[in-house]
Design a binder for this molecule. Structure first.
Ligand SMILES: Cc1cc2nc3c(=O)[nH]c(=O)nc-3n(C[C@H](O)[C@H](O)[C@H](O)COP(=O)(O)OP(=O)(O)OC[C@H]3O[C@@H](n4cnc5c(N)ncnc54)[C@H](O)[C@@H]3O)c2cc1C
Ligand code: SF4
Length: 656
C-alpha cells in the first residue's frame, strides 16, 4: 500500500483524531473519504480499532482487502445513507436530526458512547476536516458506486449540494429545520432554501419558459385541477417586458403552448446536442433551441456571455440572470431602495381592522426582534416560506393565520415531477479534443410534443438533455464501473479518456396536479433557532405523476437508442416509483397561496392581493393555480411585475 504523506494541516487533524472523541468522527467519516485519506488514516491510527463506512458490500470488500485488519469495515445498508451523503455534500450538518441518528447508530453499534461534549468536538473537527479536503465526498474515486438509481440520486444530490454555494443553505439550513409528517419514501418533501440576497436566482439553471395559453386554463381543457382567473393574454405583456428587460436567448417556433418571446439569438448546439436533435427528429419528438436567460449579445449595459460554462458559480460579467446582478443594481441606483439583510421575518402584524401594518423580524446578528412598518406588505419569501409567515401571523381578526379564512394557505402545494436517465453513446467515445464550451446550460431542449388524451397521465412534460465535454467537476464519471466494470491504474485512466463525453442524460420535467394529500402546515412542536414555528410537509404522488415518470424514462430510452446508445443501468421500475424524484426535489414548489376569484377557495385575487387583507400581496409562486411543466421562474417574475404595476396604479388612484 502506498503511504501518502499528509500535509502539516492534515497531520494536525490526524493528531487531533487520536483523542478519543475526535477519532470517533474521523473513523466514522473514513469510509466515505478519498482512498488516499483512508490510507493516511490507516497509517496514522495504527493501533486503535478504526471504523470505516462503505456504501455497499462491493466497496466494503474492496476496503477490507486494502486496509489493515484493525480497520473495521461496515456497510451503510439500512443506515439511511441519504442523510449521510447529503450531510457530507452540505459540508456538515451533524446537528441534523437524521444524521445525528445515523452517526449515533453507527457509533453505538461499534461500542462507542458519545457525550454532549463529544458531539461538540465532532462538529468542530468535521468542519475543519471538510475544509481541508480530508473528507471530500461520499464515494471512492475508483468508480465503486452502488449500481442503483437510488445511489445515483443521493450522489447527485450530494454533488449538487456541494457546489450550490449557498450561505448556510441548500437542502438543509442549520438551525432552521422543517419536518415531514411521514418519512416513508414518496411521502417526503425536500425543501431547498437559499438564505441570501437574491434567493435561489443565485443558483438557478436559467431555463426561462413562459407558461402557455393551455397552462392557465387546464380545467377548461381536461376537467382537472382549476383554471387561473387570468389567462396567457393577461400575462403576455409582462413576459414581453421581462424578455426586454432581462434578456434571454431562444427561437420563435410558433408552437401552440410554448409561446414565442423576444429572444436573443441562441448559441449553436454542441456536438452531442446535434445527435440529440437528429434522434428526436427521427422519433418525431420536437427538439428546439433552449430558452435560457443568458445574453448572447450585449444587452441593457450587460456584456454578452463569453461561454465559460461556469454559470453555476455566478457570472462576473453579469451575462446571466440573477436578481442581485440584474434587478437590484438599477433599483439601488434610484436611491429609493433600502435593503435590510440578516432579517428573518417572523410574522406580519395587523391592526384591529385586520390590515397589515408591519413585519416583525429577528435580526440574525443580534437575535433581537425588530419591526419594519409598512402601508403595503408584499411577501416574496418563496411559496412555502410565505405560507409559513402567513400561518404564523395569527391575530384576533385572523385566528387561523393571516389571509387564511379559506383554510387554503399551505394547501395545493405542488412541485415539478422529475426523472433522469443517462445513456452511453459509443459514437461519442474516444473523440479527438474539440470545443464543447457554451453557455451554462443546455443549448437544445424538447418541449411537450404529444397529445396526452391518448396517454395514461394528464398534462405533459419537457426534456432537458445534458452531457458533453465540459470541464470535469466533482463526481466526474463516477459511475464508470457501469461501463467498464471498474478497474485501476493506466487502464482505468485510458477508459476515462475514451469514455469522457460519451454519456448523455435526459431529465424529464413534468406537470403535477395539486392534490389534497400535498400541503404544508405549521408543526405544532418544532421551532427554528429563532423560536419561529416551522413547516411540516405532507406529500403523496398520484398515479398520474408516476405514469408520467415511466413515460419520461421510456422516451429517454428511445432517444438514447436512436442515438445508437444504451441506457446506463436499468430503468427504475414501479417499486422505485419509476425514479421519480421526491416532492420538492425539482425546487419548483408552488400553489400554497393560490389565486382565485372566490375568497372561500383561494388566498389571493387575480392581482395576488390577499382576499382577507387588502394591503397584503404575494409575489412568489404561492399564487400559482397550476404548475405547468415549464420551469416557473419566468412566470414568477412576470407575475410579480404585473402585481407591482397594479400596486402602483392602485396607489395612484388612492385605493391603497
Ligand atoms: C439549483 C437550482 C436550479 C434551478 N433552476 C431553475 C431553472 O432553470 N429555471 C427556473 O425557472 N427555475 C429554476 N430554479 C427555481 C428558481 O430558483 C426559483 O423558482 C426562484 O428562485 C423562486 O423565486 P422566489 O423569489 O419565489 O424564491 P427564492 O428565490 O427562494 O427567494 C426567496 C428570498 O426570500 C428570503 N427569505 C425566505 N424566508 C425569509 C424570511 N422568513 N425572512 C426574510 N427573508 C426570507 C430568502 O433568503 C430569499 O432571498 C432552480 C432552483 C435551484 C436551487
Ligand atoms: S457561461 Fe455563464 S458564467 Fe460564463 S460568461 Fe456565460 S453567462 Fe457568464
Amino acid at each position: 500500500m502506498t503511504h501518502h504523506t499528509p500535509t502539516a494541516e492534515q497531520q494536525a487533524i490526524i493528531d487531533a483524531a487520536r483523542d478519543r472523541s475526535e477519532s470517533i468522527l474521523v473513523r466514522a467519516y473514513a469510509g466515505c473519504a478519498k482512498s488516499t485519506t483512508l490510507e493516511m488514516l490507516a497509517h496514522a491510527l495504527p493501533a486503535s480499532p478504526a471504523l470505516a463506512l462503505a456504501f455497499n458490500k462491493k466497496i466494503a470488500d474492496e476496503l477490507t482487502k486494502r486496509f489493515p485488519p484493525h480497520f473495521q469495515i461496515k456497510t451503510m445498508n439500512g443506515l439511511g445513507h441519504g442523510a449521510w451523503s447529503r450531510a457530507i455534500g452540505k459540508r456538515l450538518i451533524l446537528d441534523d436530526k437524521k444524521l445525528g441518528k445515523l452517526v449515533s447508530k453507527v457509533l453505538t453499534d461499534s461500542g462507542f458512547e458519545a457525550s454532549q461534549d463529544d458531539w461538540a468536538n465532532i462538529r468542530a473537527l468535521a468542519s475543519r476536516a471538510m475544509s481541508l479536503g480530508l473528507v471530500p465526498r461520499p464515494f471512492t474515486q475508483r468508480g465503486l458506486v452502488e449500481d442503483s438509481q437510488e445511489t445515483w440520486r443521493e450522489l447527485s444530490e450530494s454533488l449538487f449540494g456541494f457546489y450550490d454555494a449557498t450561505v448556510d443553505g441548500g437542502w438543509a439550513v442549520p438551525g432552521e429545520p422543517y419536518t415531514n409528517a411521514s418519512d416513508a419514501d414518496g411521502a417526503k418533501f425536500e425543501w431547498w432554501r437559499a438564505r441570501m440576497l437574491g434567493g435561489r436566482t443565485n443558483h438557478w439553471g436559467r431555463i426561462s419558459l413562459r407558461f402557455g395559453p393551455h397552462d392557465f386554463k387546464g380545467r377548461s381543457r381536461d376537467g382537472l385541477g382549476d383554471d387561473w382567473p387570468i389567462g396567457y393574454d393577461d400575462m403576455k405583456p409582462y413576459y414581453d417586458k421581462l424578455d426586454e428587460l432581462v434578456g434571454l436567448f431562444g427561437t420563435n417556433e410558433g408552437l401552440e403552448n410554448e409561446p414565442d418571446g423576444i429572444f436573443l439569438p441562441p448559441p449553436a448546439p454542441r456536438a452531442y446536442e446535434r445527435l440529440v436533435k437528429k434522434a428526436s427528429d427521427k422519433l418525431n419528438i420536437t427538439c428546439i433551441p433552449s430558452r435560457l436567460s443568458i445574453l448572447t449579445k450585449a444587452h441593457n449595459g450587460r456584456a454578452a456571455c463569453h461561454y465559460c460554462g461556469q454559470c453555476g458559480r455566478g457570472c462576473k460579467t453579469r451575462s446571466n440572470f440573477s436578481s442581485p446582478s440584474v434587478l437590484l443594481p438599477p433599483a439601488l441606483a434610484t436611491n429609493r431602495l433600502k435593503i435590510v439583510t440578516g432579517a428573518m421575518a417572523r410574522e406580519v402584524l395587523t391592526d384591529d381592522e385586520g390590515r397589515a401594518t408591519a413585519v416583525s423580524y429577528v435580526d440574525t446578528a443580534t437575535g433581537k426582534t425588530e419591526e419594519v412598518r409598512a402601508k403595503i406588505v408584499v411577501l416574496a419569501a418563496s411559496a412555502c416560506e410565505t405560507a409559513r409567515l402567513l400561518l404564523n401571523s395569527k391575530s384576533a381578526r385572523h385566528p387561523d393565520g393571516l389571509a387564511n379564512s379559506s383554510g387554503t394557505v399551505g394547501r395545493y402545494l405542488t412541485d415539478t415531477t422529475g426523472t433522469s436517465v443517462q445513456g452511453h453513446i459509443p459514437v461519442l467515445e474516444g473523440l479527438p479534443s474539440y470545443n464543447d464550451d457554451g453557455a451554462g446550460g443546455m443549448h437544445v431542449y424538447m418541449p411537450w410534443w404529444l397529445d396526452n388524451k391518448k396517454l395514461d397521465f394528464p398534462r405533459g412534460y419537457h426534456i432537458e438533455p445534458w452531457g458533453g465535454r465540459d470541464m470535469p467537476g466533482y463526481g466526474f464519471m463516477s459511475g464508470i464501473h457501469k461501463l467498464n466494470g471498474g478497474g485501476y491504474g493506466k487502464k482505468l485512466k485510458d477508459d476515462y479518456r475514451r469514455l469522457y463525453g460519451s454519456i448523455v442524460g435526459f431529465s424529464g420535467r413534468g406537470e403535477m396536479l395539486p392534490n389534497k394529500d400535498c400541503y404544508c402546515e405549521i408543526d405544532p412542536s418544532v421551532v427554528d433557532r429563532y423560536g419561529i414555528p416551522v413547516l411540516r410537509f405532507h406529500w403523496k404522488w398520484s398515479d398520474g405523476e408516476l405514469n408520467q415518470a415511466r413515460h419520461m424514462n421510456e422516451t429517454a430510452a428511445r432517444v438514447i437508442e436512436a442515438m445508437g446508445g444504451k441506457v446506463v443501468g436499468k430503468l427504475p421500475g414501479k417499486d422505485k416509483d419509476y425514479g421519480l424524484k421526491l416532492g420538492g426535489e425539482i425546487i419548483h414548489e408552488a400553489g400554497t397561496t393560490r389565486m382565485g376569484t372566490s375568497p372561500r377557495t383561494s388566498v389571493v385575487n387575480e392581482w395576488c392581493q390577499a382576499h382577507d387583507c387588502k394591503n397584503l400581496f404575494v409575489a412568489d409562486s404561492g399564487p400559482f393555480v397550476s404548475n405547468a411543466h415549464k420551469n416557473m421562474t419566468w412566470t414568477i417574475l412576470a407575475l410579480s411585475m404585473r402585481t407591482s404595476e397594479h400596486i402602483v396604479e392602485e396607489r395612484r388612484k388612492g385605493n391603497l
